[in-house]
Design a protein around this ligand. Structure first.
Ligand SMILES: NC(=O)C1=CN([C@@H]2O[C@H](COP(=O)(O)OP(=O)(O)OC[C@H]3O[C@@H](n4cnc5c(N)ncnc54)[C@H](OP(=O)(O)O)[C@@H]3O)[C@@H](O)[C@H]2O)C=CC1
Ligand SMILES: CC(C)(CO)C(=O)C(=O)O
Length: 341
């Protein structure tokens, strides 16, 4: 364990940030924790605290007196010297957050935990001279009741394999969040992107994640997006890191088996809470801008660069844009409606 234990600040106290914060705050022996949170977090949890519920049902409660909350990075740095700033905002907010971090003169390590590839590159572009560590968050978190952040699927967190990344991975693991490191986070994040191709389909279906993936028509669309993405990756020389039980090349075939067989395979491979959703489902539900540009949008962008057509991914980008423009929340689309070109 690093000595003295590191001082870690978390910026972005939504689903992932709050679940992470609850783990780190629960056992104060491994780190000192500060939060950079908006008023919405303080008004919600400032007097009651919050809790993380793990997939096995165990709960970590954090009482409000344990919370060191700051309104901005500048306020944080005026109060304390910070080793790691873990940024858990949506990818669309990353650049603006990094500009704030640079303006505040932060000199520690910035850890970027966002879906989509090339987040680290974007952060480094803004934070010249500051060490940036990429992270990958593998499982779904939902707010199942006010102040209860519930793990709704499974997987290990990944951080970039560097002395700082290894040290933080050790702290996360000691706090009950199993964390691996990888020298090639681009490959890890392009692998995660293949999983996240389903985020938009879940949002378009307006169904919780489990019900959506257990429906053949939606899985077929995910498989089509994945096949397009794998062709693009092959042409672009991208080798996604395998971290699922099934190799990516086989996954589109597994997704196309009938529902009855898929249910058996799913129960053998992974747990998904019936209330789990996708982060894009939550964005659409709450009328927020989504991360579509960094998921199917990234495949379309890369496809154009390497001359590979991506009609299904393009169609999904268009449909999510329509939902964003309409701002009316979730609108159930059948699989046929999604595929109709
Ligand atoms: N949710 C999930 O299950 C999973 C999410 N991920 C990824 O993790 C990342 C975080 O996702 P998630 O936790 O769901 O996102 P949320 O939208 O739940 O949380 C993001 C939080 O960041 C806050 N925020 C945004 N900008 C700032 C800022 N400038 N200063 C302070 N706070 C700010 C937001 O506040 P406000 O609400 O006021 O805008 C919000 O509380 C995303 O890239 C997502 O794709 C990955 C795997 C699973
Ligand atoms: C865990 C998963 C794949 C699905 O919930 C996700 O990454 C997300 O919701 O953004």
């Amino acid at each position: 364990m690093p000595f003295p234990p590191p001082t870690i600040a978390i910026l972005g106290l939504g689903l992932v940030g709050s679940y992470l914060a609850a783990h780190l705050l629960f056992d104060p022996n491994h780190s000192t924790i500060h939060l950079v949170a908006r008023e919405s977090f303080t008004s919600k949890h400032g007097t009651t605290g919050f809790c993380a519920t793990r997939i096995d049902g165990s709960q970590l409660h954090v009482s409000p007196d344990k919370l060191n909350v700051h309104a901005s990075v500048a306020d944080l740095l005026a109060a304390v010297s910070v080793d790691f700033l873990v940024v858990t905002v949506k990818r669309v907010a990353l650049k603006a957050v990094c500009e704030g971090v640079r303006a505040a003169g932060f000199k520690g390590v910035v850890v970027v935990v966002s879906n989509g590839a090339r987040g680290g590159e974007e952060a480094r572009g803004v934070l010249e001279g500051v060490e940036v560590v990429e992270g990958m968050w593998p499982f779904n978190v939902v707010e199942s009741a006010a102040g209860e952040y519930r793990q709704a699927s499974e997987g290990d967190v990944y951080l970039k394999d560097s002395p700082s990344g290894r040290s933080l991975a050790d702290t996360f693991t000691r706090c009950g969040l199993p964390t691996k490191t990888s020298e090639n986070m681009d490959s890890v994040l392009y692998g995660k992107l293949l999983v996240n191709l389903n985020n938009a389909i879940c949002a378009l279906s307006a169904l919780p994640l489990r019900a959506e993936v257990c429906t053949y028509g939606y899985r077929k669309i995910w498989a089509l997006c994945m096949t397009e993405s794998l062709k693009v990756y092959a042409a672009a020389g991208i080798h996604p890191t395998p971290f699922l039980a099934v190799p990516y090349s086989v996954l589109p075939y597994v997704l196309r088996v009938p529902d009855s067989l898929f249910n058996v395979v799913l129960s053998m491979l992974s747990k998904i809470d019936p209330n789990g959703t996708s982060s894009m489902y939550e964005d659409v539900r709450n009328g927020r801008v989504t991360e579509i540009d960094f998921l199917q949008g990234e495949v379309v962008r890369l496809g154009r660069e390497v001359g590979v057509q991506t009609p299904v991914c393009e169609r999904i980008v268009g449909l999510i844009r329509e939902l964003e423009r309409a701002g009316k929340g979730l609108v159930p689309h059948s699989a046929e409606e999604i595929l109709e070109v």
